[in-house]
Design a protein. Sequence first.
Length: 69
Amino acid sequence: MPYELSIQLNRCWTLAACAICGDEIDVLPGPRLYLRGSDAAVCLDCAGVHAPELVQLLYAGEQVGVYQC
C-alpha cells in the first residue's frame, strides 16, 4: 500500500507509534516525517521505504547542522 508522507515541524518531544508499522518511536522536536495531512508520525525505516527522498532531505539538514534526526 502506498503512503504519502510529508515533513512537518514538531515542536515538542513525544513518544508515538509509527503510523505504518506500529513500532514505538521518539518524536523529537524539529522536522519530522508524518502521514500527509495528519499528525501521525512515521519512523525513519518506514519512511525510507515509502519516501526515501524525504529521508534524504532530513539527513541533509542534519549534515549541515540545521537539526538532528
